[in-house]
Design a protein around this ligand. Structure first.
Ligand code: TRP
Length: 333
């Protein structure tokens, strides 16, 4: 079985619909026929200053949501990045291999550091992609399911892996990006030409999975729609209705053509009501399951610790092999 690894940052109180359809749903599918490793990358989240109690809660909420959304700890390895010091250890090795110029060319770093200015940019933001490379190569992952925005980081990972292998001998599997073409492109409900994103100007266009049903129903009912009154898919002239059709179809499994037929002659109001029903039916149980998992923190931590243990078996073997290849003298175990 091919191995996959991916990570998600605990930087929000809830995943939104775009995160789910763009990433998590595909993680769930991949666990069926892959040896899948998924981690909540809390160390990466430290690049943004966060209140400690909030980071702690968001990390647990992220893990609980992943399980509630379908990651099955008996089918995949789910863990918290900071539970394994190997990530930092391999990270340092890769930092000593990565060029300063190479790291400076990462567009996410350039964008973020330009926005905040050099004095407000932490060094961790600069080395972020190198820690990410360590996350991946520690597990000898073949494929890394990520969004298009992460492509450059995976390229860097490959470059570092190839450089290490050619300098010190075959040590790492060179991973491939598995770019997740979101089954569906989910846009903001208030600005349906822009991607649904937690950084969008207002939260009114973002469906947070853990939000109460009435909040999300209200957001859907106030979604921006288009001139005209037919429910038809036309991204260019009807971005609002097209986005709602996409959401309905992605969650209900009913094709867009069938939906167009079903709502022929009915108005936007009826259609929005149907979208709200589908979203509610899909996520209400997820919310409940997430709350159940969070209510028994000891049990949740046990699941995550079991995951860390499975992860450690792989990570520590890779680290030993890496250290030996570098000529670091092995310690007594
Ligand atoms: N940088 C990724 C993101 O923002 C998160 C991440 C950290 C990751 N480590 C990873 C993704 C390893 C894939 C593999 O989405």
């Amino acid at each position: 079985m091919k191995r996959v690894l991916s990570g998600i940052q605990p930087t929000a109180d809830s995943f939104h619909l775009g995160n789910y359809l763009g990433a998590v749903k595909q993680w769930v599918d991949l666990q069926k026929d892959h040896d899948a490793f998924y981690c909540v990358v809390d160390l990466h989240a430290l690049t943004v200053e966060t209140e400690p109690a909030l980071l702690r809660r968001r990390t647990l909420v992220a893990a609980a949501q992943l399980i509630a959304l379908g990651l099955d700890p008996s089918k995949c390895t789910l863990f918290i990045q900071s539970h394994l010091s190997e990530h930092n250890q391999l990270g340092w090795v890769l930092e000593c291999l990565a060029g300063f110029g190479e790291a400076s060319r990462m567009t996410q770093f350039k964008d973020k550091s330009q926005k905040s200015g050099a004095d407000r940019t932490v060094v961790g933001l600069f080395t972020y992609p190198i820690l990410q490379a360590a996350d991946i190569m520690l597990y000898q992952a073949h494929r890394v399911p990520v969004g298009e925005d992460q492509r450059q980081h995976i390229e860097l990972t490959r470059d570092l892996g190839q450089r290490f292998n050619s300098r010190y001998g075959e040590t790492f599997v060179i991973p491939e990006a598995h770019i997740m073409k979101s089954a569906a492109k989910i846009n903001d409900l208030q600005d349906p030409t822009a991607k649904m994103s937690k950084s969008s100007a207002s939260n009114a266009g973002v469906i947070d999975i853990l939000d109460a049903t009435d909040i999300n129903v209200k957001k859907i009912k106030s979604a921006v729609t288009d001139a005209g009154k037919e429910v038809v898919f036309d991204e260019k002239n009807k971005p609002g209705i097209s986005n709602l059709l996409t959401i309905h179809s992605a969650l209900s499994g009913i094709s867009i053509t069938e939906l167009e037929n079903e709502f022929a002659g009915k108005g936007y109001g009826d259609f929005k009501g149907a979208v709200a029903d589908v979203v509610t039916a899909y996520f209400a149980p997820v919310r409940e399951k997430t709350q159940q998992l969070l209510a028994d923190e000891a049990a949740l931590l046990k699941i995550l610790n079991d995951g860390s243990q499975k992860a450690r078996a792989v990570a520590s073997a890779t680290l030993d092999k890496t250290y030996a290849a570098l000529g670091l003298v092995p310690r007594n175990k």
